[in-house]
Design a protein around this ligand. Structure first.
Ligand code: AMP
Ligand code: MG
Length: 320
């Protein structure tokens, strides 16, 4: 098709104007930095809640904020700290607790019913019985397990909403937040970061990570450890999400070829044996990712599918 010289002139002018607009628009969106901005990341680590925490962020203050918040919560929630609220509650059977402790116990009870009882913080006496608390592992007699099971069940926790008092219905009951505290601490730390206007941070807390925002415009990339060997089997891309992994390789003991792991099935009183080596749950909530990964390990692949249908904000990856 031939153009008249006049049309050709208009066409060229139109193209030049369009090109100039694109140039100005991209210049305004990404103005060049003088001196050019160095994409620096600060990294720091600490042992907290019995695991290795690593914080990576373009903001120098991020690690300090995360460690301070996690340490504050550890002092309240750890069963290994003798004067924590959880230790005092486990000893006394009734205690007025802080809003954080009350919230996480209430949330745990809700997650217990949401998972059909698979996630249950009252498994504490069973965790003790199998030797996972003091690392003196043993296989208990069936009668011992039956007796301890009478003290297990989140329906036996009474929550007095008006004054933040938690009470156990049966003497000898105990709770263990090992399956949820890390996820809750991640959520609380992220809240503190946001309050300080920090929008980019990766927190790696042993078996669980939280990726806040992105890393210089790209999703955070996180390596996933293999279930059996210390090898990297995959990578996740996360943005404002948490990924929590539960597996039988984290804490276990062997008798012959039989593996007894630290996650207990509250229905039987025995270490979970649902045919899963490891499970990773991805969610926008660190608390839920943590509790659901523990629960799926108990429930197994088929029941996990039902759970994933019920909570469509969860992504569940299982290694058998
Ligand atoms: P995780 O590594 O997050 O799966 O949590 C495992 C820890 O949660 C264990 O070491 C116990 O302290 C605790 N735990 C064990 N079994 C259960 C269960 N069925 N529900 C809730 N917490 C559990
Ligand atoms: Mg967990």
């Amino acid at each position: 098709m031939a153009f008249t010289p006049k049309t050709r002139k208009y066409l060229v002018a139109f193209l030049i104007i369009g090109w100039l607009f694109t140039l100005i628009y991209s210049f305004l969106r990404h103005p060049p930095q003088y001196p050019p901005q160095v994409k620096k990341l600060y990294r720091d680590n600490r042992v907290l809640m019995g695991t290795f925490w690593e914080v990576t962020s373009p903001d120098k203050e991020a690690a300090g904020i995360v460690f301070a918040e996690t340490s504050r919560l550890e002092q309240l929630l750890s069963k290994y700290i003798p004067d924590s609220e959880i230790s005092r509650l486990n000893k006394a059977g009734k205690l007025k607790v802080s809003p954080d402790t009350f919230y996480i116990i209430k949330k745990s009870r809700e997650l217990c019913s949401a998972t059909g009882g698979a996630f249950d913080i009252t498994v504490a006496p069973l965790v003790d019985l199998w030797g996972f608390t003091d690392r003196k592992f043993r296989v208990p007699e069936a009668a011992e397990i039956r007796e301890v099971l009478t003290r297990v069940g989140s329906d036996k926790i009474i929550l007095h909403e008006n004054d933040n008092v938690v009470e156990f219905k049966i003497p000898g009951m105990k709770i263990d937040l090992g399956g949820i505290a890390k996820g809750y601490a991640l959520d609380c730390a992220v809240k503190k970061l946001k309050a300080k206007n920090i929008r980019s941070c990766l927190i790696n807390a042993g078996g669980q990570v939280y990726a806040l925002g992105d890393k210089f415009g790209q999703s955070w990339k996180v390596a996933v450890q293999g279930a059996r060997k210390a090898e990297i089997t995959g990578a996740l891309e996360l943005k404002n999400q948490s990924a929590s992994t539960s597996g039988d390789y984290q804490q276990y003991f062997l008798i012959g070829n039989k593996r007894y792991c630290h996650i207990i099935d509250p229905a039987t009183g025995y270490p979970a044996q649902a045919g899963i080596a490891s499970v990773t749950v991805i969610s926008g909530s660190g608390t839920e990712a943590d509790a659901f990964s523990t629960a799926v390990f108990v429930l197994g692949k088929e029941k996990a599918k039902t759970l994933a249908r019920k909570f469509n904000n969860l992504e569940i990856k299982i290694t058998e």
